[in-house]
Write a protein that binds this ligand. Structure first.
Ligand code: PMP
Length: 340
């Protein structure tokens, strides 16, 4: 329990929590890395810090400069927190489909928000492309310049997990880890953590947990980048091989529908006191699939990406769940009230 010298230094070093019911159901030890405990509340704090430190080292982010990024929200929150601590403004381009809670959080942290319609990557108005163009313009206009963080194709993102997440898992398990699995947004977490684990433990099984609407499961399972269906989860799913995914191959890939992932989120809340977002449900459901694939007695690690409070208006909203044909847990229907 040491003193951290500033907020960015408090990023990482998150606990590994044994998930009792997932472990009992599979006969394996399933461990969740509690990334929601980072100062910005998500796994993306790590990538934000590494991208900023890398840009400072390369001299492309100067004191008083502006950081520009296209993000589903969590990377933006991470960049804003590190930016505030180190003296950079942040300009965040976000698709309007992302949760109100994440947009509110970005605004209250002082990030300058640009909301754009959600359109595919191939469209020039896609949020990632808008953020790249905006960064180019601000680089010319701003006295101290601007940096496009470019998390999808900036491998400082993946490096954060090679340098921190992977080694932390190895240290916390004493090297006794048989499998690792998570979903992909940029691919930084999966490819980076996998690289660190494989370097130390060549036999470790690396799994991809892919939501519907993502093209990666088809790519790794059948060699074709093809998406079908959709998911209410945010921050995950990918239609292309980002720079962070280049050279990476999982040992096994699973497609995890919302009908499987969302009940896991509710189960973890109701029985283990963990309030998590939808991508954590995909990850834990994926860890259970990997456990069954490998057989009992193994230790499998996954990522608890962020907190359910970030999705209260969707994931924990009975009307939203019903509209998506997803089960509504009894305690949400009751609303938690008791007559005095
Ligand atoms: N879960 C959530 C909630 C996220 O915001 C993200 C990042 N977009 C991920 C998972 C995926 O992480 P990565 O970008 O490292 O693949």
């Amino acid at each position: 329990m040491t003193i951290r010298s500033d907020t960015p230094s408090a990023i990482g070093g998150t606990p590994l929590i044994r998930l009792r019911r997932a472990s009992e159901a599979t006969g394996c030890t399933i461990l969740g890395k509690a990334e929601f405990m980072n100062p910005g509340g998500s796994v993306k704090d790590r990538a934000a810090l590494f991208m900023i430190r890398d840009a400072e080292r390369r001299g492309v982010l100067r004191p008083g400069g502006v950081i520009v990024e296209g993000t589903a929200g969590n990377t933006g929150i991470g960049l804003a927190l590190v930016g505030n601590a180190l003296g950079y403004r942040t300009v965040i381009v976000i698709p309007d489909t992302q949760s109100q809670e994440k947009k509110d959080m970005l605004r209250l942290m002082g990030a300058e928000l640009v909301e754009v319609p959600a359109v595919p990557f191939a469209n020039p108005n896609n949020y990632v492309k808008v953020s790249g163009r905006l960064a180019e313009r601000l680089a010319r206009e701003e006295p101290n310049g601007a940096l496009w963080a470019n998390q999808f194709d900036n491998v400082a993102n993946r490096e954060a997990h090679v340098e921190t997440t992977g080694p932390e898992i190895l240290e916390q398990t004493g090297g006794a880890v048989d499998g690792f699995i998570c979903a992909v947004g940029t691919g930084g977490t999966l490819a980076g953590t996998a690289a660190a684990l494989r370097a130390a433990k060549p036999g470790v099984a690396i799994g991809l947990a892919d939501p519907l609407g993502s093209a990666l499961y088809e790519h790794f399972a059948h060699g074709e980048l093809k998406a079908q269906g959709s998911s209410i989860t945010e921050g995950i799913g990918q239609g292309r091989i980002t720079a962070n995914l280049e050279g990476f191959r999982p040992d096994v890939a699973f497609q995890i529908p919302d009908e499987e992932a969302i009940p896991v989120v509710f189960d973890l809340l109701e029985h283990e006191g963990l309030c998590l977002g939808g991508s954590s449900g995909v990850n834990v459901a994926g860890a259970m699939r990997l456990a069954r694939h490998l057989g009992p007695g193994r230790t499998i690690v996954t990522i608890l990406c962020d907190s359910g409070t970030r999705y209260q208006s969707k994931l924990f909203n009975p009307a939203f769940l019903r509209a998506k044909n997803l089960p509504v847990p009894a305690w949400l229907e009751r609303g938690g009230g008791i007559d005095p």
